[in-house]
Design a binder for this molecule. Structure first.
Ligand SMILES: [Zn+2]
Length: 128
């Protein structure tokens, strides 16, 4: 376990976008499409801390909505195509701009969570 750990924010971002372990940048993060592995195969980091929640989906919904709705509006105003053309254009584009970046965005969220040591607030203990 003498692997070099990632120290910089840019290194963490690159590891996250490439769906790699946020500590070593070499082990795989996902088992399936979005299912996390229990731990890193290379450095042994336990991925139990990782909880991206709805964060990746929210960012992608905003970005995809901006792209698809903007493109559909521009196309409608400029060309007035029939509805089947809209369906043929925008349904595949919706799948591409939502499912495509979902995995790297989830990896990015987990990498940033690890880099900034973000975790849930815990109450109790010896706080006043
Ligand atoms: Zn690792």
């Amino acid at each position: 376990m003498a692997e070099k750990s990632i120290e910089t924010l840019s290194g963490s971002i690159l590891a996250g976008l490439s769906c790699a372990c946020p500590r070593c940048g070499q082990g795989k993060l996902f088992h399936g499409f979005l299912t996390l592995r229990p731990r890193c195969d290379v450095c042994g980091l336990d991925y139990g801390f990782a909880d991206a929640g709805d964060g990746p989906a929210v960012f992608i919904m905003f970005l995809a909505g901006f792209i698809v709705v903007g493109a559909a509006l521009v196309t409608e105003v400029m060309y007035h195509p029939p509805y089947w053309v809209h369906a043929a254009l925008w349904l595949p584009l919706i799948l591409i701009v939502t499912l495509g970046p979902l995995r790297p965005m989830k990896g990015l969220m987990i990498a940033l969570q690890y880099h900034h040591k973000a975790e849930e607030v815990r109450f109790g203990g010896d706080e006043p």
